[in-house]
Structures are given as C-alpha cells and as structure tokens.
Design a protein around this ligand. Structure first.
Ligand code: AMP
Ligand code: TRP
Length: 340
C-alpha cells in the first residue's frame, strides 16, 4: 500500500467506560457522533484500554463498556452506518501504540495538562499507562487514518499531540502523508459543559459530588432537583450574552438551554431577559427531561439485552480490524520489522 496523497475523510472518536455518562458527554460527543454518521465513514470506540489507566473494578468494566455502547446507540448512532466497537477487541491499537511510544518524546508528554490534573501532587503513584494515555489515543485515531475527531474542548491538547506524532512518524520514516494530521471537531454549543456546583470547573464523571452533573440515566425528579439546586447568582438574566461575562454559572445554564433547544444563547436570552432563576430553572429542567428521557429509555431497553450489544460490538470489531490491518502492516514495514 502506498501513501494516499489526500486522505479520505474518516471520523474516529472514543469514550471511556469509567463511570456514568453525563450531559457533557452527551452534548460534547454523542450528539456530534450522530450528526457525522450520515456525512462520513465513522468509527466510534468504547476505550476500555484507556479506562484501566486508572483503577477500575474488574467486575464492573464489561458492564460499563456495554453501557457506553448502549448510550451510543440510544443517542442515535446507527450500527449499520458507523463502526462501533470496544478498543480491547482490536489488539492493533496496542501494537501501534507501542510504535508511537517510541516516536513521541518525553518532553511532549510532560506538557499534557490532563495528566497533571488527574494526578495532582500524586504523580509518583500514577500508572505509567496514565502518562502514555495520549499516545494510545493517537494510535486509536491514526490506526484508521482518521481525519476528523469529534470531542469536547478538554481533548484539544491530545489532538495536537496526535498531529505531532503523525508528523514525526511521517518525517522519521520518510513517508510524507502516510498518516493524516487529524483535526479536532470541537465547535458546537455543548463543547464545554460546566459543573452545576461550580461554573469554573467542567462537568466530569470523576467529580465526587453527583449534584455537579446530570447523568444520562437520571430520572425526571433527579434532574429537576439537581437543576433547582444548581449554583447561580442573585441577578436576573441579562438581555444579551455580553451580560453573562463573569457569571460562569448563569453562562453555563443559558448555554445548556441553548444547546438543548437548538437556539443561540442570544435567542434564549431574548425570551428570559429580566427573569430570575426561579423562572428559568424549571423551564431548563423540563427541556432537559424532554431531550434526555427518550435517550435514557432507549438505553435501558438496550441494556436489558447484553447479548445483543455484545453481538453488535463483535461485528464492529471485525469491521474495524479489517480497516486497521493493512495500515498497521504498512506501518510495521516502514519501521523495519521483519515481514512475516
Ligand atoms: P470521557 O468521559 O472523558 O471519556 O469523555 C468522552 C467525551 O465527552 C470526550 O469527547 C470529551 O471531550 C467529552 N466531554 C467530557 N466532559 C465534557 C464536558 N464537561 N463538556 C463537553 N464535553 C465533554
Ligand atoms: N481521551 C478521550 C476522553 O477522555 C477518550 C479517547 C480515547 C478518544 N481515544 C480517543 C477520543 C480517540 C477521541 C479519539 O474523552
């Protein structure tokens, strides 16, 4: 196989099965996955190899992997169109990651802010896997020569590293254009959903407070209660988005309303200008329930039949391996491995 001069558009993205999915994952990732599947060839992976970079209960990991797959399908990802699979079912990811571990430089990884955020002062006790996590992510993407990667804003730096690895491989192995330099698709109203308890930190699976996030499987009462208790300020809503500056909590709630209703924040504010949160919050909660209830209902129905999910994932892994095999084989040839 020779290097394609121009790469065919192809989408790759992944979500870790490391806890319950939340509204940030839904808006930052799943909604975009669905929109892209009609326009390009898409691969959506459940990245269980990434999940074990931090401690996981082995009794839960498989169930969580199925749960993420169920969330993909429930959000509207169509297994006939997109390739949906579990990362560990395609060992080529680990093989390419090793080669990329030898391409990436320590200095590049030392700059990764997510590693620093996840480890804090406890760096010495972090797994080596957590450190080299972004290299595995680069392998995920480049194993399929993916050109577009829909993710939330927190993944921007990992995508820059992916491009650096692709460029260095192409350069070191005299193969210009062998790997594409993939682009992050971050734009969109839900690219950075913030915690309901603190408008300056992102909504996250790992936040110790469940009140900080809306989980995809929360019921209507729980959603309403979390929105009611969400932190806000005492001011009424402003007339335009400029008035949300320095009001991170208000900005987040208006942004969520806009993302869920398909309006712009300016349009939302036109309707709610001058009104207080006592009026706005119940409307936001209703909208959330209206949008999320059908997704969580479908998710629960799918999870009731784990064998069916496993069949869909097995089929996806087969299709993924067929795409990956020739690209990995050519990569190994370029590295100089003996061809068998
Ligand atoms: P993770 O839960 O870290 O595996 O993230 C899965 C996907 O959801 C990635 O594309 C993230 O960028 C995205 N994501 C996670 N948290 C948020 C958030 N608070 N706002 C927007 N996107 C998010
Ligand atoms: N690091 C991503 C996250 O935490 C998950 C991920 C792993 C991913 N491999 C990927 C995302 C490849 C996009 C492409 O959200």
């Amino acid at each position: 196989m020779s290097e394609p001069a121009v790469h065919t558009p192809r989408v790759f993205s992944g979500v870790q099965p490391s806890g319950a999915l939340h509204l940030g994952n839904y808006l930052g990732a799943l909604v975009k996955f669905v929109a892209l599947q009609n326009r390009m060839e898409c691969l959506y992976c459940v990245v269980d190899m990434h999940a074990i970079t931090q401690p996981q209960d082995p009794r839960l990991l498989a169930a969580q992997t199925r749960e993420i797959a169920a969330a993909y399908f429930a959000a509207g990802v169509d297994p006939e169109k997109a390739i949906v699979f579990a990362q560990s079912a395609v060992p080529e990811h680990a093989e390419l990651a090793w080669i990329f571990n030898c391409v990436a430089r320590l200095g590049w990884l030392d700059r990764m802010t997510q590693f620093k955020e996840k480890t804090g002062k406890n760096k010495e006790r972090a797994s080596v896997g957590l450190y080299t996590y972004p290299v595995l992510q680069a392998a995920d993407i480049l194993l399929y020569r993916a050109t577009h990667v829909p993710v939330g804003e927190d993944q921007k730096q990992h995508l820059e590293l992916t491009r650096d690895i692709a460029a260095k491989f192409n350069n070191d192995f005299a193969a210009p254009d062998f790997f594409p330099l993939p682009e992050a698709l971050i734009e969109g109203p839900g690219a950075r959903v913030m915690s309901l308890r603190d408008g300056r930190t992102k909504m996250s699976k790992s936040d110790p407070s469940d009140q900080s996030r809306i989980n995809l499987l929360d019921d209507a009462e729980t959603i309403a209660a979390k929105v009611r208790r969400a932190r806000t300020d005492a001011e009424p809503l402003p007339e335009s988005p400029e008035g949300l500056k320095d009001r991170p909590e208000a900005d987040n709630l208006v942004g969520l309303y806009a993302a869920l209703s398909g309006e712009t924040p300016a349009q939302v504010l036109q309707r709610f200008a001058g009104k207080g949160f006592a009026v706005f919050k119940p409307e936001l909660a209703d909208l959330m329930v209206e949008r999320l209830a059908p997704v969580s209902d479908r998710m629960r129905r799918l999870m009731a039949d784990p064998a069916e999910i496993d069949r869909a994932l097995a089929r996806g892994a087969e299709r993924a391996r067929a795409l990956a095999a020739p690209i990995l084989a050519e990569t190994k040839r370029r590295v100089g491995y003996l061809q068998t």
